[in-house]
Design a protein around this ligand. Structure first.
Ligand code: BGC
Length: 751
């Protein structure tokens, strides 16, 4: 046995990077130019700089937003010439970017460069795993690298800004947009928000292959009541500041210079008209200097919310609240001139918004190098490059999570066993990319079948049967699947959700496998062969019957362009699974919202008594698969926690370590997770809260000591006065493989 000691590096939640100074310097040098422009702009031109329309010039595979996109190229060209639009979104292509930019530079009165944005969420042409899947890697460096690659492809295609990362904490799996973020936990969301921002923006925002990041949707959009997309959010200011705002702060501290105001109503004031949120908190308190763009028509939706009378009123409220740029509705262009002329909006309010937009354009280098990355030659070289495909495969295999593996069913041998690959996703290419992959190169996707065939020594041992459509049965499908299962030694069931089941506006009442697929799984399992489930999903699902009881379950999310190859890397054992759940799997849909860091209540469920406790009749409060859970191909055992001392001095440090041992015969990665509970506080605190984590790689038989250092800063919570606070007293501490169980100890913070 060997023994090593590792110190937790960079994993403590509070270690955030400072905003890149180069950005600020460049912007300063343009201040004069921007002020000169503002002095010369007409009201209409100012409104134009605050107006964003869809891009009709460039290739766009279809609509991702409601209503029809404008396809009238001449109309938009004229708006550019007239200075009536300052930004376009969701079209890619270097050639066309140059055309639209040339119109602005050479044919508009003031020659202000255009800003081109797009929803580059998890890759452009090369597609990486969906953000939730990638968060399951718990690998921040990976997230930074995929964001960097996505930025390079976007930049080379003439894009300057991405509407990503989504940093909404999501605790209700009925909400379809869980798939777009980093899951339920505050720390993971903060760390991924910063990593992705760093990746998109790089060291220098003016680098043609960098993109302006847009952490979204500001704020608390993920807390929609009942998981119903766009729904009301209503919460204490402590929950807002303690759970939903930190990932945004983290992205801003990493340098993000834009954010998107959300669709939701927050405590009675829709976020896109919320002066307190967009100005008092974001600007006055945090010192954010970038600009705020509305979500798609969210500023006009103030009318539907019952918060504004008409378009003009909505424009007034949104602009005054702090929404600087209006996406798609056109109400700024239509009403700002009159609002200012009539005195309903002060000129300073308008100029402030214009200044923010122009200064961000300056920070992007658009005044110096307006064509930036838009170079068809670079585009051909960078987009879909072999290096990006390799990265997609690496990211794919690091994102899968092995939930269960009875009798070492996985990995499967590459030869000697007949495999039946059954289910709607076995040979399907359309669902490898996942939601928000609007620009994905559809030709590029590797299916499970293709990945398996390439990995197997003898591909003739593989039979592929669809068995069912995603949401409808197939004629004779079950019979064919059962026959294939009979002829096989092992069944791999590729089942789950299609990409359009977990996405915007795709809230679900029951987070279950569609009935036809469940029926398929039951029939196939009844044959009696060992079953491996590959679960395609963008949220935690309620697992039941044959799926829940399968010998092995691997969550594959939507892994992107290299999905089949990445999955095969893990299934056939070339690489071990290393992912950990960024969301909890509850037993039943009816338990949602379900998350590990819940409060204890006055009647917590105890293992020994369940009467009159805060629990449902049908199930305990423990998760089926807890947050943080994930298996490798070898078992890991934990020793006792060793504390440097029983007390953490007020201005001092406390070390906590645990030894983890690989007791199996294959290498394994373990993610050691540090959780705390503040036992008694002036505001009740969660039963557990993740504070740090550390990955250790263990050879067979190896023991490694994972060590962490805690300070008072790690124990902060939002106090009654809304300020971060910490109180002396006892804390529970776990160094655990997931949010449930694991070695426990306690320590005391003393003043
Ligand atoms: C979504 C945003 C997205 C925008 C532009 C909206 O419907 O909520 O996340 O960035 O559309 O496509």
């Amino acid at each position: 046995m060997t023994r090593r000691t590792l110190m937790a590096a960079g994993s403590m939640g509070l270690a955030l990077v400072a905003a890149p100074r180069a950005l600020a310097r460049r912007a300063d040098s343009h201040r004069e130019r921007v002020e000169d422009l503002i002095a010369r702009m007409t009201l209409q031109e100012k409104a134009g700089q605050l107006t964003l329309f869809n891009d009709p010039f460039r290739w766009r595979p279809g609509n991702v937003n409601p209503g029809d996109f404008d396809t009238d190229q001449e109309k938009t060209a004229q708006q550019i010439r007239d200075g009536h639009v300052g930004a376009l979104f969701n079209g890619i292509g270097a050639e066309q970017a140059r055309y639209a930019q040339r119109l602005a530079l050479e044919e508009s009165r003031l020659g202000i460069p255009m800003l081109f944005a797009a929803d580059i969420i998890h890759g452009l042409r090369t597609t990486f795993p969906v953000p939730l899947g990638e968060a399951a890697s718990w690998d921040l460096d990976l997230a930074e690298r995929t964001a960097r690659a996505a930025a390079a492809e976007g930049g080379a295609s003439g894009i300057h800004q991405t509407y990503a990362p989504m940093v909404d904490v999501a605790r209700d799996q009925r909400w379809g947009r869980v798939v777009e973020g980093a899951g339920e936990d505050v720390l993971l969301n903060k760390l991924f928000a910063a990593a992705r921002t760093r990746g998109f923006q790089g060291d220098d925002l003016a680098d043609p292959l960098s993109l302006l990041a847009t952490p979204k949707h500001f704020a608390a959009y993920g807390a929609a009541e009942a998981g119903l997309d766009y729904n009301t959010t209503d919460m204490s200011e402590q929950t807002l500041r303690g759970v939903h705002l930190p990932p945004f702060q983290s992205a801003f501290e990493a340098g993000a210079l834009c954010t998107m105001s959300a669709f939701n109503d927050l405590n009675g004031v829709p976020t896109s008209g919320n002066h307190w949120l967009l100005t008092e908190v974001l600007r006055d308190e945090w010192g954010f200097t970038g600009f705020v763009v509305s979500d798609y028509t969210s500023e006009r939706e103030l009318i539907a919310h019952g918060f504004a009378e008409d378009d003009r009123d909505a424009a007034r409220i949104a602009l005054t609240a702090g929404v600087d740029m209006s996406m798609q509705s056109g109400i700024y262009l239509a009403h700002i001139p009159d609002l200012v002329e009539s005195g309903d909006v002060a000129m300073e309010v308008l100029d402030r918004a214009v200044r923010r937009v122009l200064m961000t354009k300056a920070a992007l280098g658009l005044f110096d190098n307006p064509y930036r990355g838009a170079d068809p030659e670079v585009e051909r070289r960078v987009v879909g490059s072999p290096a990006h495909r390799d990265l997609a495969r690496e990211a794919g295999r690091k994102s899968v999570v092995l939930l269960k593996n009875e009798n070492k069913l996985l990995p499967l041998p590459k030869a000697g066993k007949r495999i039946a690959l059954i289910g709607p996703f076995g040979a399907d290419r359309s669902n490898v990319f996942g939601p928000w992959s609007i620009f994905a190169d559809r030709e590029m996707g590797v299916t499970f079948e293709e990945g398996f065939r390439a990995a197997l020594t003898d591909a003739s041992l593989l039979t592929v049967v669809k068995g069912s459509d995603v949401e409808a049965p197939l004629d004779g499908g079950i019979e064919a699947a059962v026959a294939a299962a009979r002829d096989a030694d092992v069944v791999v069931l590729a089942v789950g959700e299609s990409h359009n089941m977990s996405a915007e506006a795709q809230s679900r009442v029951n987070i279950v496998l569609p009935a036809p697929q469940q029926a398929l799984a039951e029939a196939v399992a009844a044959v009696g062969k060992p079953v491996v489930v590959l679960l395609k999903t963008g949220r935690a699902l309620e697992l039941s019957g044959a799926v829940k009881d399968a010998g092995a379950i691997m969550v594959t999310w939507f892994l992107g362009s290299e999905e089949g190859a990445a999955a095969a890397d893990v299934i056939f054992g070339d690489h071990a699974p290393i992912g950990r759940l960024p969301i909890s799997f509850s037993h039943y849909s009816g338990q949602q919202p379900y998350y590990y860091s819940r409060k204890a209540t006055g009647r917590p469920e105890l293992p020994e008594e369940s009467e009159y406790k805060a629990r449902f009749r049908e199930t305990s409060n423990t998760a089926l698969y807890p947050f943080g859970h994930g298996l490798g191909y070898a078992p890991v055992s934990y020793g006792e926690i060793v504390l440097g001392s029983e007390t953490l001095p007020w201005d001092g440090e406390l070390t906590a370590s645990v030894s983890v041992t690989n007791t199996g015969d294959r290498p394994v990665d373990e993610v050691v997770q540090l959780y705390v509970r503040d036992r008694v506080a002036s505001l009740t605190q969660p039963e557990r809260l993740l504070k740090a984590f550390q990955r250790v790689t263990l050879a067979p038989g190896e023991t490694v000591e994972a060590a962490f250092t805690l300070t008072r800063q790690d124990l902060l919570f939002i106090g009654r006065d809304m300020a971060p606070t910490v109180e002396p007293g006892w804390f529970d501490l776990w160094l655990a493989p997931n949010a449930q169980g694991g070695p426990h100890t306690q320590f005391r913070l003393v003043r």
